[in-house]
Design a protein around this ligand. Structure first.
Ligand code: TYD
Ligand code: MG
Length: 451
């Protein structure tokens, strides 16, 4: 009798199963949705977690020292104040951005504190890692390097090695014996991550997974990893700049969108304590199109400079380029400007850039972008001591945003003395002294206020 296959292809959309791979799910019609999964008797997890008795939530003790601190405060903060035991953290980012460097630095610092750290590398040889460690001046007695790509082999090793921290670099290079496909395929990545997760939760050892990002910007294994792990950190930054931003996209143990700012030096990543100052460092004085916006990233305020360049287009289809802000948002604001302020920019090329390589996603930047475009269009610089924040609606109304006080306090700290904001935010803002507030409720009167 023929042996039954040990795996099956399952549609990620509807759950349809087939023994043979197909490009399109015959059941729901989705393309490329079939992923192989291991079949057979459900294995008992080698790392069982006892369910135990129900406990009243108030009876559970809270240990403030529960989290492991790497003492890189920018990194600890993105995790919500340190590494939670038994948690799984995914570090994603473009190739060459510095994921391995960050992982090795964090592992080394924890190792210096007496935590036995194991770094599994499927990408670099031990010599290569040693060379990197040399560069980072890492010499910890407690940091161990393991080369390999088989997750079962890893489990056999850790059984008597018992690390206190595990780093897997990268999850795409590691495979499990239960699936026949190549490492890096969706099925493999998910299966490997699930196995590591079970191990992590069962043993209470925190695990860092380093993950590559696909061309579309998702961590390979479309979103499957993000559901599994506790925390997702993305490393971003313009490769031509030295700044690297680590952003928590998901965090079960802290605020999301929290950022840590680093600078890539020749001896590794160095934290940047005061990002606002860095982002504003090279701001041109008295230049049209430049606006400073106090943003809130996670729980921290950051001042960013947004620059706009608006000029008549030689093309039939004027260009709209946005770096660091959402492209669609710009089109929307251009339309609002035309309709509500009579400032037609349909025949203009528009370029928007957030200086320093930061990405800003919150709507509080709307009013700042509008001011930058207006300033560039009219070729009239804004006042040097002015910051701007507020959301702009389709009717041209300026809406209030969260945390006005925090934004104003940061602006004041960096020497700004005036702020253009929504009337709704005036209330909270008044508590900040020495800041002159200019409240508006619509962009109709913007020109009178600005000039
Ligand atoms: P790496 O951590 O290997 O990136 P990833 O794992 O995300 O692919 O970092 C590679 C880049 O970082 C490489 O271009 C060199 C640079 N780098 C420094 O500038 N200084 C350093 O001390 C190190 C270790 C790397
Ligand atoms: Mg790497």
């Amino acid at each position: 009798m023929k042996k039954a296959p040990k795996f099956v292809y399952v549609c990620q959309g509807c759950g349809f199963q087939t023994a043979k791979w197909m490009g399109r799910c015959p059941d729901c019609g989705q393309w490329n949705s079939l992923v192989e999964e291991a079949l057979g008797p459900v294995e008992k997890s080698p790392f069982p977690q006892e369910i135990g008795k129900p406990v009243r939530v108030s009876d559970i003790s809270l240990d403030p020292d529960l989290r492991l601190k790497s003492d890189i405060s920018e990194f600890d903060r993105t995790l919500g104040g340190g590494i939670v035991p038994g948690s799984m953290v995914l570090i994603g980012g473009d190739p060459g951005i510095g994921k391995s460097t960050l992982a090795l630095q964090v592992a080394a610092l924890l190792a210096d504190k007496g935590i036995k750290a194991l770094y599994l590398s499927g990408e670099e040889s031990q010599q290569q890692i040693r060379m990197r460690a040399e560069r980072l001046s890492v010499r910890s007695e407690n940091l161990f390097i393991l080369n390999g790509t088989c997750v079962e082999e890893l489990f056999r090793r850790v059984e008597d090695f018992t690390p206190g921290l595990l780093v897997v670099d990268s999850v795409q290079t590691v495979y499990t014996e239960t699936l026949p496909s190549a490492p890096g395929s969706v099925g493999q990545v998910r299966e490997v991550a699930t196995k590591l997760l079970n191990w992590s939760k069962g043993t209470g050892v925190p695990t860092f997974l380093v993950g590559h990002v696909t061309k579309e910007g998702a961590i390979a294994g479309p979103k499957v990893l993000e559901h599994l792990v506790d925390t997702v950190l993305y490393m971003e930054g313009d490769p031509t700049h030295a700044f690297r931003i680590v952003r928590s996209v998901k965090n079960r143990f802290g605020a999301t969108n929290e950022i840590g700012v680093f600078e890539m030096k020749d001896r590794g990543l160095e934290e940047v304590g005061n990002p606002s100052r860095i982002f504003l460092e090279e701001r041109p004085r008295g230049a049209a199109g430049s606006v400073v916006i106090p943003c809130v990233e996670g729980s921290r305020p950051v001042l960013v400079e947004v620059q706009a360049l608006v000029g008549p287009s030689p093309l039939g289809m004027p260009r709209r380029t946005a770096i660091g802000v959402d492209h669609n948002r710009i089109s929307l604001l251009v339309a609002v400007l035309g309709k509500r302020m009579g400032m037609e920019m349909g025949d203009q090329d528009i370029f928007i850039n957030v200086a320093g390589g930061l990405k800003v996603t919150e709507p509080a930047v709307d009013l700042g972008i509008v001011c930058a475009m207006v300033s560039s269009f009219l070729d009239k610089p804004l006042a040097d001591d002015l910051v701007v924040f507020g959301e702009v609606g389709l009717a041209g109304e300026v809406r209030g945003v969260n945390q006005p006080e925090m934004r104003l306090r940061e602006a004041h700290k960096l020497g700004f003395s005036r702020c253009l904001l929504s009337k709704r935010n005036m209330e909270g803002g008044r508590r900040i002294q020495h800041m002159k507030l200019i409240g508006i409720d619509s962009i109709r009167g913007l020109l009178d206020v600005l000039y």
